[in-house]
Design a protein around this ligand. Structure first.
Ligand code: R5P
Length: 287
C-alpha cells in the first residue's frame, strides 16, 4: 500500500497516512516555465497498490491535470492498482445538459481519469449520485453525513429540525435527520441563473425550532445564507449550517460572517486557507 498526493490537499493526505501509520509517498509536482505540469515519483511503485489523494477543487484545472499526470506516471511505473481518492469531485455541477449545446463536464472528467489509468475511484458526496455511473470502473461513494451527524449528536441540541436548502438535497437531509432523530423540512428554491438563488417557500414546520441546514456544497454561500434568513424570518430560533464541501468562493466568507447563521460546520475535503477562516466556521476531518 502506498499513498501519494498532489498539491490540492496535502494536509488531508498527511492526516490519512498518520491514521494508517504509513509514510506519505515521495513525489513532487513541478511546473515548467510555460506553466505545464510534470510529476516526479521519487520511489518505486512497481507492483504496489497505490492511492492518490487529490480533490479536484480550486484551482480545479491545475488539480485535475496534477491528478491525471500522477496517474499516468504511476501506471507507466508499473503500479499494480491505482485508486484516486477525490474527496471533492470538481466539475460535478455540469452533470447533464440543461439547455442546448451544454457540455457535460462531470462525464468528461470521469473519462479523463479512467483513460489516464485509474482502476477505481474513492470520492465523497458527488453533487449528483448518478455521476458514479459516468465511470466504467468501481466508485466508492462515501457520505459526509455520518461525520456531521456525530458532531450534532455530541453537541446535543434540542428541538431541532433538519432543513434541505433545495429539493435536490432532500435525501442527504433525511439521512442526517434520521441519524440525529429530528424531523425534516425543505426549502423550495428556484435558481434563476448560476450562483444566484431565490427562495420560494418552506415546506415543513420550523417555527420555534433550532434548524440545521445541510448542503453538499457551500460555494458563494448565497443558497445557505438566504435560506437561513428565510427560516429566521419564519420563526426559527437558531440556524446552523453544514456541508461536506467548502468551496467557499467569491463573497462566501463575508456572507457567512454577516449572516444569521450561528455556526457553519464544514469538512476538510477542500482545504480552507487559515487566513480566510472566520470564528463561526468549524472544520471536521474526513481523514
Ligand atoms: C446546488 O444544487 C448545490 O447543492 C449547492 O446548493 C450550491 O452549489 C451552493 O452554491 P452557493 O453557495 O453558491 O449558493
Amino acid at each position: 500500500l502506498k499513498i501519494f498526493c498532489g498539491n490540492a490537499n496535502r494536509a488531508l493526505a498527511e492526516e490519512i497516512v498518520d491514521y494508517l501509520g504509513v509514510p506519505l509517498g515521495e513525489a513532487k509536482v513541478k511546473r515548467f516555465q510555460d506553466g505545464e505540469t510534470t510529476i516526479a515519483i521519487d520511489e518505486s511503485v512497481r507492483g504496489a497498490d497505490v492511492f492518490v489523494v487529490q480533490p479536484t477543487c480550486n484551482p480545479t484545472n491545475d488539480n485535475i491535470m496534477e491528478l491525471l499526470i500522477m496517474i499516468d506516471a504511476l501506471k507507466r511505473a508499473s503500479a499494480s492498482r491505482i485508486t484516486p481518492v477525490i474527496p471533492y469531485y470538481g466539475y460535478a455541477r455540469q452533470e447533464r445538459k440543461s439547455k442546448a449545446r451544454d457540455p457535460i463536464t462531470a462525464k468528461l472528467v470521469a473519462n479523463l481519469i479512467t483513460t489516464a489509468g485509474a482502476d477505481r475511484v474513492v470520492t465523497m458526496d458527488l453533487h449528483a449520485p448518478a455521476i458514479q455511473g459516468f465511470f466504467d470502473i468501481p466508485v466508492d461513494h462515501l457520505p459526509g453525513v455520518p461525520i456531521l451527524a456525530e458532531y450534532f449528536k455530541v453537541k446535543g441540541l434540542d428541538n431541532v429540525v433538519v432543513v434541505s436548502p433545495d429539493h435536490g438535497g432532500v435525501q442527504r437531509a433525511r439521512n442526517l435527520a434520521e441519524r440525529i432523530g429530528a424531523p425534516l423540512a425543505i426549502i423550495d428554491k428556484r435558481r434563476p441563473e448560476p450562483n444566484v438563488s431565490e427562495i420560494m417557500n418552506v415546506i415543513g414546520d420550523i417555527e420555534g425550532k433550532r434548524v440545521i441546514m445541510i448542503d453538499d456544497i457551500i460555494d458563494t454561500a448565497g443558497t445557505i445564507t438566504q435560506g437561513a434568513q428565510v427560516l429566521m424570518d419564519r420563526g426559527a430560533i437558531e440556524v446552523y449550517a453544514c456541508c461536506t464541501h467548502p468551496v467557499l468562493s467569491g463573497p462566501a466568507f463575508e456572507r457567512l460572517e454577516k449572516s444569521v447563521i450561528k455556526e457553519v460546520i464544514i469538512t476538510n475535503t477542500i482545504p480552507v486557507h487559515p487566513e480566510k477562516m472566520i470564528p463561526k466556521i468549524k472544520t471536521l476531518s474526513v481523514a
